[in-house]
Design a protein around this ligand. Sequence first.
Ligand code: HEC
Length: 442
Amino acid sequence: MLRTLLFLALTAFAAAAEISFSKQIAPILIDQCMECHRSGKAKGGYRLDTAELMLKAGDSKAAPLVAGKPEDSELYRLIATHEEDDRMPKKADALPEKDTKLIREWIASGAKMDVADKKTALRAIVPDQEKARAPEKYPRPLPVTALALSPTGSTLACSGYFETTLWETATGKLTARIDSLPERILALAWIAENQLAVAGGVPGRAGEVWLVNPSHPKERKRLATTRDCVLAMVASPDGKLLACGGADNLVQCFELPSGKLRWQIEPHADWIMGMAFSPDSQHIATASRDRTAKRIDAATGEIEATFAAHDCAVLSVTFSPDSKDILSGDVEGEIRRWDRNGDGKKDTTMRPGGRTEVLALGFFDPETPLAALGNGAVVSVDVKSRRTKDKITRYEDRVNVLLVQRIDKTVRIITGCHDGKVRISEIGKPEPLLQFVAAPGW
Ligand code: HEC
């Protein structure tokens, strides 16, 4: 008797708790199906990137979703079938049983879609609370993939796992954690005290760009949701524009602080690995795996020049302090200097670190470029001899991020390494002023 009552109570509870499309179903489809069923890649003529498209039959003409009837719904039939050749996700393991069951129950109970506008991208309807949270303590250091200095220089924002962490630059003390952000943070830009731009995503799945107020992290706005991970992002020095690019080969430019999309273009045939803004805020440079680097008009998105002399993937770019020339660095260690027309300056092929990736570039002074390398070194380059001028530091692991900070007459460099360490050093001093592992709990 007791057991029956309990059973009734449980089933009644199950029936009462309606399955939410946006919270429970959409995340499964985004994770497991979207890579093959979206704009540009609609396998079987079927797309899943909006609720509206999900309802439209693909090549088979079989209705994907029939409310109340899972067995008549092609989408359910294909995830539940025992014919491995037909089963979705194609050429992969079947969905976990709990997910298949959940989708079945959702269709059986009417396949209701709790979205205001069925044309909204599925990625944009999943509530942020459904995202995984940052770990309380990190089990191991996380490679530093992005850093940004606050406008006053007192705080450093650092990439974390589903979060951005803030550290005091004077002491290395953790001061805040900004949670519920993309799983991987691959770019940060601190535009004003109350505006921190955060970009990243999950490679192969999704990209996101956020604008967060670091003192009130709940005040945040999602500027973009992209088809693939955002790998690079830069803000104009005048704080008016924010541009990002990534593994969908797209470059988007937003107006600040409104976040309105100003333009978007697809300038490259492969991933955008690095970006820079000119000091005069007029131009953007992009580095791509397609072996080229480009210069783009920041106001209009028009491509002004293409530099095609690298033999391999280009990873990093920076403008010269006068905004005229661009330096680009590639995966095999070459750094090239080129002008506004995309012409390589004569004899400027520099290879200061040998065959190691040039991961980030900057300038020590108008004549002296700085390069952060895959072999753990940060070097300054003598442009005339095209050789290493000074080995500024040498760490154990790849230097993923390099920031240059000027305080009066001294120049500081801030580096983020693959082993999770952040270091603040003054050029000319052998030991770092400060170093710490940028992972809470370490
Ligand atoms: C790796 C690529 C890939 C993934 C991932 C994938 N599919 Fe497919 N899907 C296909 C291909 C290819 C077809 C075309 C039919 C075939 O080859 O079996 C197809 C066909 C379909 C169709 C039939 C369209 C029609 O009317 O002909 C549906 C429905 C579908 N997929 C749903 C899903 C769902 C739901 C998921 C996630 C659980 C998923 N697919 C994941 C590749 C994929």
